[in-house]
Design a protein around this ligand. Structure first.
Ligand code: LMR
Length: 334
């Protein structure tokens, strides 16, 4: 009897140490899901983060990047993050209201940022940090802001002045500020997941949309949109976010290495964002299927007259103080 119980005890110890050993070798897996093509600023930065994270942690972390809504599309991805089914996302700042953080829609306000310098004053300073902190009670940790530049408008008719939008069904992201923006132009806004936009444009479910050139080109929207207007009326950026429980549960040294990887990937992303969008616009022009129009100064004044009031109209939703703080912080960047 004694030998048998000794053998059983030895087997248990062996089993436990094997499991311990195995778990000691098994990498920590980060599933990084996003909805855009790999050859976009966000897609390329996700790949750069993967390379840096795996190198700096010496293989203790493995990053699996799932681009183009392969794993989850828009709304699903936030739910998946909160459930811990994925560990990292980089959603558009227009998509955080469903999490209960409506303030992020301040980034959607037309003409709130006169240029990139003004934008970086916000995303790299206390205002941006304060917004990311609002995600913590939702079980999410915000790590960084990534950039994709200013949006252009597209449709199958020329869009020179606001009245050209009258009656158009325009696809938007899930943001009440973007809803108000399109209604101010006389259009009918329609929220659709990013992965559904091309087909909706192709079949006429919607007439037009807005996005930076890199998103339009990589989703082939230019093939089903005869007209693009260089309006630069609003901004599109991202917050890179992780599941808080996962992030806080990491070994401190690994978390530090991942923060370094994220810092370097963020620098890279900001360095390529504008050139990627310039190259995408050039490719749209060269494809020859889309007329690219730049509004005259008088027409641009008409756009502003119609769209700037959306800032006041939506102050109750995003926070009047937040808008005032941003306008003050960016005034010197005008
Ligand atoms: C969109 O849905 O239009 C964008 O947010 C897609 C993206 O993530 O750039």
């Amino acid at each position: 009897m004694q030998i048998r119980s000794m053998v059983a005890a030895l087997a248990m110890v062996a089993g436990a140490s094997f499991a311990l050993n195995a778990s000691a070798q098994a990498p920590i897996v980060i599933k990084f899901s996003h909805v855009v093509a790999t050859d976009t600023p966000k897609g390329r930065a996700a790949e750069r983060f993967k390379d840096l994270a795996e190198k700096l942690t010496k293989g203790r972390v493995k990053v699996e990047v799932y681009p183009n809504s392969q794993l989850y599309k828009d709304k699903e991805e936030l739910e998946a993050l909160q459930l811990g089914a994925v560990q990292m996302l980089a959603p558009s700042l227009a998509k955080f209201a469903p999490l209960g953080v409506k303030e992020f829609e301040v980034f959607d306000l037309p003409y709130i940022f006169p240029n990139k310098t003004a934008l970086y004053t916000v995303t790299e300073g206390p205002i941006g940090k304060g917004l990311l902190q609002k995600l913590e009670p939702k079980g999410i940790t915000g790590l960084a802001y990534w950039d994709n530049g200013f949006k252009i408008m597209s449709a199958n008719k020329p869009l020179h002045v606001p009245s050209d939008f009258r009656g158009l069904k325009m696809r938007i992201q899930s943001s009440k500020v973007l809803d108000a923006q399109m209604r101010a132009l006389g259009a009918n806004p329609q929220v659709l997941a990013f992965s559904e936009v091309y087909q909706a444009l192709q079949t006429g479910v919607v007439d037009g949309t807005e996005n930076p050139p890199s998103n339009m080109y990589t989703q082939k929207m230019h093939e089903v949109q005869k007209h693009v207007t260089m309006s630069n009326h609003g901004y599109l950026g991202y917050a890179v976010i992780v599941n808080k429980k996962f992030w806080d549960g990491l070994p401190a040294d690994v978390r530090g290495q991942l923060q370094q990887a994220m810092g370097e990937a963020t620098k890279y992303e900001k360095a390529i964002a504008q050139q990627d969008n310039d190259a995408a616009l050039d490719a749209i022009r060269k494809a020859g299927k889309t007329t690219i129009y730049t509004p005259t100064p008088a027409e641009q004044a008409e756009w502003r007259k119609v769209l700037v009031p959306v800032q006041k109209q939506m102050a109750g939703r995003v926070g009047a103080d937040l808008i005032t703080t941003i306008n003050k912080a960016t005034a010197s960047a005008q």
